[in-house]
Design a protein around this ligand. Structure first.
Ligand code: ADP
Length: 475
């Protein structure tokens, strides 16, 4: 297990360390080097030093290197998944799924590397315009703890394909998965300095260095809207390009013409992934009045089948939340809904798990969601389905769009016309129609409004790491 920084192809430590603990038990997992501004600066130096060589490699060479990294992640799937469960807590089956998902971004990027093409435009008499697409240069990635591998590869793969070099700052709660990727980058013979990884407990210090250094041309961030806003402010000095994947407040609509069984299964699948700790997790369930009771009964029945426990148990669906603050927030949302008149149909309490901390929130179903409740306005980030209702399509759309966030949205219908109308009316970057798990490597993942700027995935993400330049040539 790597615990030091990866800077310029070397593993380096420092005086300070930060402790990684198992969120289920608070057991010590590792002490990881904790970067100060000096180490971050050294990482930027290394990325800047490696830029010329990496951008000068052929597209095929870069693609093959990314492909090797993909192959190694697939080879080490089990080890990487176990490490992730250890530091993040998610059920091992989901951790394996995340490694597959993380690797899929690398596979896609390895193929995309050779499709970075330009254009020649006619430009009037005696001139031609050549449009070039060139890597932006040194990039930084700041990633969250809820998907400790996939949020890195989704940025790293395309950046490398575009000929960029990168400094990655993983979340301080889950640095080990990131460092494991760094180790595989070395084994994949990605040249020293192309990928640098520094962990730190002082995230602001990291930002101060990367936004203050004119060589860093791009920062890609996944995390909260609050921090995203700060980064937008910090990017002003050096006019740094940003990609921001921020918070969500996803609606989940069920129309009376839906396949209700599918909607019930979809609600449970979508909501309980990572114990609800996902920015695309449906947070507000609105069901058409005529089918609401049946939906609530159906979900209640399904919840009885979910097992709560430590992530390393094979048959567990709901693991611990990441820390006490997360538990407090989720329990606060449940309490607030109860106080404002909602009915807790299933769960609503902490589950005692032998030898573990009080971080396991039961799969919870709340009926009677209203607009003033915290669940209606804030991201819950926990295993709670809260159901409200609507009478017609117009009201459903109004409720769904009644949020400053605009990442994912979901709805269930069997009416083809409605599927198109509602998809077009929803002010979200992602719409899952009869599909609770819309994320995949080839799709342009991203949000509108307070959920962010930019898209990650498929060919779309390449634009985030490429500058367009044109050359006007007199002939
Ligand atoms: P979450 O609520 O998911 O923890 P955060 O936005 O707080 O989301 O964290 C996401 C990532 O942003 C983490 O890697 C965290 O260390 C980092 N982060 C937090 N504050 C800052 C900051 N001021 N500058 C740069 N990164 C930050």
């Amino acid at each position: 297990m790597k615990t030091q920084h990866l800077i310029g192809g070397k593993w380096v430590g420092g005086e300070r360390t930060l402790e990684v603990v198992d969120p289920a038990t608070d057991e010590h997992v590792a002490d990881v080097a904790d970067a100060g501004e000096g180490e971050v600066r050294a990482a930027v130096d290394a990325a800047a030093g490696a830029l010329e060589g990496w951008r000068g490699a052929t597209a095929a060479e870069r693609g093959r290197a990314i492909r090797r990294l993909y192959d190694l992640m697939v080879r080490d799937r089990e080890r990487l998944a176990a490490l992730m469960t250890r530091e993040q807590g998610k059920p091992i089956g989901e951790a394996r799924g995340e490694i597959d998902y993380a690797a899929s971004f690398l596979e896609w990027a390895s193929e995309e590397a050779r499709r970075i093409e330009g254009e020649i435009l006619p430009a009037g008499k005696g001139k031609r315009i050549f449009v070039l697409r060139q890597g932006v240069g040194v990039c930084a990635a700041i990633t969250p703890w809820n998907f400790p591998s996939a949020m890195i590869t989704r940025k790293l793969g395309p950046a490398l394909a575009a000929g960029c070099t990168m400094v990655v700052k993983p979340a301080e709660l889950t640095p080990l998965s990131a460092l494991a990727i760094g180790e595989l980058c070395q084994e994949a013979e990605i040249p020293a300095g192309v990928v640098n990884i520094v962990s730190t407990s002082t995230a602001q210090g990291f930002s101060d260095v990367v936004f203050g250094d004119p060589r860093v041309r791009k920062v890609s961030f996944t995390g909260s809207t609050e921090v995203g806003r700060k980064l937008i402010g910090m990017s002003a000095g050096n006019i740094v390009r940003l990609s921001l994947e921020l918070g969500g407040q996803a609606p989940f609509l069920v129309f009376e013409d839906a396949d209700l069984d599918a909607a019930v299964r979809g609600a449970v699948t979508g909501k309980f992934r990572n114990s609800g700790q996902s920015c695309i997790s449906p947070n507000r369930f609105y069901v058409q009045r005529s089918v609401r009771e049946r939906f609530v009964e159906g979900v209640a029945e399904e919840l009885g089948r979910l097992r709560v426990g430590r992530g390393d148990g094979e048959d567990v669906q709901i693991g611990p939340l990441i820390n006490d603050a997360a538990v407090e927030k989720v329990m606060g949302h449940i309490e607030d809904a109860r106080e404002r008149g909602a009915r807790v149909v299933v769960g609503g309490a902490l589950e005692k798990v032998e030898g573990c901390k009080d971080r396991f929130v039961q799969a919870t179903l709340i009926d009677g969601l209203e607009g003033a409740m915290r669940i209606s306005c804030e991201e819950t980030f926990g295993p709670v389905i809260a159901v409200g209702s609507f009478s017609d399509e117009a009201e459903a759309i109004e409720l769904a769009n009644g949020t400053p966030y605009g990442l994912a949205s979901y709805f269930y219908t069997r009416d083809a016309g409605r599927a198109v109308r509602v998809s077009e009316a929803l002010e979200f970057g992602i719409v899952g129609v009869n599909d609770p798990v819309p994320s995949t490597a080839q799709a342009p993942f991203g949000g509108v409004k307070h959920s962010g700027i930019g898209r990650e995935g498929g060919r779309y993400v390449m634009d985030e790491y490429l500058e367009v330049k044109y050359v006007s040539l007199g002939v």
